[in-house]
Design a protein. Structure first.
Length: 284
């Protein structure tokens, strides 16, 4: 029997780099999940191996595919699935290399499917430990809560407050290497000041988001200069509250007052004949 589950994308509402230690960057970032999602279909098979296929014909590399890595790890740790094999098909809606965490989200969704189906007793602490071995962003997808990430990405504070934000995602169809973008970042941190978050007052929230911004936009734009044209275009459009890039890119998001304003942004992008992928979405 085939089971289909959803795997949601994430957005970094802001991303600050506060320093570097042992080649790892200290981060400060507010992250929300959005209703854009991949669909993962899972079936047990008798082929003697795990099969993983994507709707966009993405080639699967066993050593880098998060789903196969998770299965390998789970089989080592839990006898209930040690002899099991699975066929997995992913209908991709989250663009790869966009900074929206598709691969990490996929693995985390599969983890919770296996935990529930085979009634695996796994503590919260062990859950984080297992997922962190697959990808450092995986723990961000353990639930739908808003998360304020600090340190090297492994620590976060959760909020149950719902933001109810509508946004337009703009993906320039360019897969940016996270490693290269971080390597391109050379600016010394200019602020360690922590602002108080006001989730009820949207104007104050957007001021806080603008204060922090995303330190990786300029490094990403140096690697992919076309982003500068997109930034200038967004800044020229009225009725937008806030925009930024998510993660290390290359996807941008625009938050506006209403759906009509977002559709106007989408229309303007199309009018300028920019061959960018766009979609309307909202926070969970």
């Amino acid at each position: 029997m085939t089971k289909t589950i959803r795997s949601y994308a994430k957005i970094n509402l802001f991303l600050k780099i506060l320093g570097k230690k042992n080649n790892y960057h200290r981060l400060y970032s507010l992250i929300t999940l959005i209703n854009l999602h991949d669909k993962i279909s899972i079936t047990e098979n008798n082929l003697g191996k795990d099969i993983c296929k994507f709707s966009n014909n993405l080639k699967v590399k066993k050593n880098s595919n998060t789903l196969l890595l998770l299965l390998e790890l789970m089989k080592k740790n839990f006898k209930q699935i040690k002899e099991k094999n699975f066929s997995i098909y992913i209908k991709k809606n989250i663009p790869s290399g966009s900074g929206m965490g598709g691969a990490s989200s996929n693995a985390t969704a599969l983890f919770f499917f296996l935990k529930k189906k085979f009634k695996l007793k796994i503590s919260k602490k062990e859950t984080i430990k297992i997922l962190s071995q697959v990808g450092k962003d995986c723990p961000l997808f353990v639930n739908k809560n808003l998360k304020l990430v600090s340190s090297f990405g492994e620590k976060f504070k959760e909020y149950t407050k719902k933001l109810n934000l509508q946004m337009l995602i703009i993906f320039p169809n360019k897969n940016l290497s996270t490693k290269r973008v971080f390597k391109e970042f050379s600016k010394k941190p200019i602020t360690n000041k922590k602002k108080v978050f006001s989730f009820r007052d949207k104007d104050k929230l957007f001021k806080t988001l603008s204060f922090y911004g995303n330190d990786l936009i300029k490094p990403a734009a140096r690697l992919f200069p076309s982003l500068n044209s997109l930034i200038k275009l967004i800044e020229s459009i009225d009725n937008t509250y806030y925009y930024s890039m998510t993660g290390s890119g290359s996807a941008f998001f625009v938050i506006a007052k209403n759906k009509k304003s977002l559709l106007n942004v989408k229309k303007i992008i199309k009018k300028h004949k920019l061959k960018f992928w766009t979609t309307l979405t909202k926070t969970l």
